[in-house]
Design a protein around this ligand. Structure first.
Ligand code: PMP
Length: 437
């Protein structure tokens, strides 16, 4: 089999760096091996790059494309909306319908506000929590990601050395240039450790507890049995606002997100990604009394592009399809098959590895074969070897994120899965042979 060449992407990236910083518009697209790709189009589970390669895509735009790259109903709805104009700074019926669908599908959603990115709706949630409690501190957990801005980019990916003792992590800045004072009211805790949270809440100064209800940005770690229930009770007891950041899990692990899957209802929740299958839509949803503080208590939330009509049309079309539940049944069955298939082929080739998470978003980790339950467990992963694997997989037509996450869409059918597993089998055989030499 001839391997894919990425030469044209490499050349165009070199040229693009002269006008676009690093050739990219997000730091998370930098440094990808063998080169960041230049994409010409997407179709179902596939991406086509400018070298003419067809790649089975498991990035899915970093998660949003749950219905694949070009679902007809979503594209048609967005296109039709454009015939009516672009942006109105007024309300639309489509926006009301999107809000109604979110309220119908998401357990905590009594009211909704829309935005354009996950990062910004998290900021709105923090404001509400502080306004509602009159307290300042936000509890955040090691390894959780809530956006790239100063207020939350703390301890997202610390090393074992920089992070301090596992049970009492040190606050670690996520970016050069970050305002050091932006961490003054952030308290970092280990996730999946109820006692640590209960002790911190007992200090009585916590406005909000912000968490991914399953740690999908690191190793797709599920909450320990009873952990979320304990968190819920502890927040209620201490008066802290519980915020689930469902930007990844929302509309992906279930129609009602992780809160529905695990049966624990937060006070507020943030959404993005799958809510509009790749159009820039984010949402903050939650208790009516909290959300109405935007109206009656002087809490400000704004944004020129909020509830952009074209994006709202895409959201309505996406949510209508997701609401039926059929997509989740499909992804459940195929995702499990893919997880088992990858796990089996890695063990057949004698590579210690761990595949864990949910059928629609799971992680593959090398160098570890026991369950990864905490952020610190995840530091034992052999990242260098995994990058060799994703690089070799890309050369054979399978595109998976270097940091371990795999996203699945309803368009990854049996044939696509079979070809993925065959490809990975050849990739791993090659890797093992190389290391045996
Ligand atoms: N929260 C979580 C859990 C996320 O995974 C992300 C993005 N990966 C964000 C917030 C930020 O969302 P956005 O990139 O849309 O700003």
């Amino acid at each position: 089999m001839t391997l894919n060449s990425f030469e044209r992407s490499r050349l165009r990236m070199d040229e693009a760096r002269r006008v676009l910083a690093g050739g990219v518009s997000s730091n998370f697209r930098l440094g990808i091996s063998p080169t960041p790709l230049v994409i010409s189009r997407g179709d179902g589970p596939y991406l086509y790059d400018i070298d003419g390669n067809r790649l089975i895509d498991y990035y899915l735009g970093m998660g949003p494309m749950i219905l694949g790259h070009n679902p007809p109903a979503v594209i048609e709805a967005a296109r039709a909306q454009l015939d009516n104009g672009i942006l109105f700074a007024g309300q639309t019926e489509t926006e009301f319908e999107a809000a109604r669908l979110v309220c119908e599908m998401v357990p905590c959603a009594q009211r909704v506000r829309f935005g354009s990115s996950g990062t910004e709706v998290v900021q709105a949630a923090l404001r509400l929590a502080r306004a509602a409690t009159g307290r300042a501190t936000i509890v955040k957990f090691e390894g959780h990601y809530h956006g790239w801005v100063d207020s939350v980019q703390w301890s997202v990916a610390p090393t074992a050395q920089s992070g301090g003792p596992p049970e009492h992590p040190i606050k670690v800045s996520g970016s050069v240039g970050q305002d050091p004072a932006s961490g003054d009211h952030i308290s970092i805790l280990p996730w999946n450790d109820l006692r640590a949270l209960e002790e911190r809440l007992a200090q009585g100064d916590v406005a909000g507890v912000l968490m991914e209800p399953a740690m999908c940005n690191t190793s797709a770690i599920a909450p320990r049995p009873g952990y979320l229930d304990g968190v819920r009770a502890a927040c209620t007891d201490s008066g802290a606002v519980l915020i689930f950041d469902e930007v990844i899990t929302g509309f992906r692990v279930a129609a009602g997100g992780a809160q529905q899957l695990f049966g624990v209802t937060p006070d507020l929740a943030t959404f993005g990604k799958a809510i509009a299958n790749g159009f820039p839509v984010a949402a903050l949803a939650g208790r009516a009394d909290l959300m109405d503080m935007f109206v009656s208590a002087g809490v400000v939330h704004g944004g020129t592009y909020n509830a952009h009509p074209m994006c709202m049309a895409a959201a309505v079309a996406t949510l209508r399809e997701l609401r039926t539940g059929a997509v989740y049944l499909t992804i459940e069955e195929r995702g499990r098959r893919l997880m088992t298939g990858i796990s089996d082929l890695l063990s057949r080739h004698g590579l210690p590895a761990r595949v864990q998470g949910f059928p629609g978003i799971f992680h593959v980790a090398f160098g570890i074969d026991s369950p990864i339950e905490t952020y610190r467990d995840s530091l034992g992963v052999d990242r260098a070897r995994y990058v060799e694997f994703t690089t070799a997989a890309l050369a054979r037509g399978v595109r998976a994120l270097e940091r371990g996450a795999w996203f699945l869409s309803s368009t990854h059918d049996d044939d696509v899965l079979e070809r993925t597993l065959e490809t990975l089998d050849a990739v791993v055989a090659g890797l093992v042979a190389e290391h045996d030499d």
